[in-house]
Design a protein around this ligand. Structure first.
Ligand code: SF4
Length: 197
């Protein structure tokens, strides 16, 4: 099994519950959600990226000895993630997923970050898999969407609101909302503040 790879890099997880953790990223090509503010538009086509075998990817990640490996995109669930997660698990790695949930769930993960977007509704199979729910907030209207989605995840799912990077007013919107709705937490893109990948 091969996967289209946009890039691989070793950094820290910048967002959500695992912020600051030593992490190796596998960014898979292909996304059909097409968020207008997407900062990874080069990932959208599937066919423009080199294909790598799951065993070779697992070998590369294991050599970096990260605390965890994050499969991201693009939208990783466009691909069958069972062979890739299997290969990573065989190396003894902790495996995380970041997904919009726009396609049926696949793979064996230790942690799932579910970040649905209103531009393509999530598949029903993804809601129960979410360890954390992360909703990007650009305007106050997005808070209604966040509440609708949060009704469908489990009671154990951590709930985060994250400001859209190019919309500074979103930080104020989220702060005021979280102070009135303590079931939500704030997630910041700390890697962008640090100026790292
Ligand atoms: S789901 Fe992610 S990669 Fe796809 S368009 Fe939206 S922000 Fe970009």
């Amino acid at each position: 099994m091969t996967y289209p790879i946009v890039e691989t890099f070793h950094s820290i997880q910048g967002e959500g519950f695992w912020v600051g953790t030593n992490a190796f990223f596998l960014r898979l090509g292909g996304c059909d959600v097409h968020c207008p503010w997407c900062d990874q538009k080069e990932t959208w086509p599937t066919e423009h990226h080199l294909q790598y075998k799951s065993s070779d990817l697992a070998e590369k990640v294991a050599l970096a000895t990260p605390a965890l490996v994050i499969i991201t995109g693009g939208e990783p669930l466009l691909h069958n993630l069972y062979p890739l997660t299997q290969a990573l698990k065989e190396k003894g790695l902790r495996v995380h997923l970041e997904t919009s949930g726009a396609h049926p769930f696949s793979g064996n993960f230790d942690w799932v970050t579910f970040s649905p977007k209103p531009f393509k509704m999530p598949d029903q199979s993804v809601y129960v898999q979410a360890d954390e729910l992360k909703i990007i907030i650009a305007t106050a209207e997005d808070l209604d969407w966040a509440e609708q989605i949060s009704q469908k995840v489990t009671s154990n799912t951590l709930k985060y609101l994250q400001p859209e990077w190019n919309n500074p007013n979103s930080i104020k919107i989220i702060l005021e909302y979280v102070l009135r709705h303590p079931q939500w937490r704030i997630s910041l893109q700390t890697h962008k503040f640090l100026g790292i990948q």
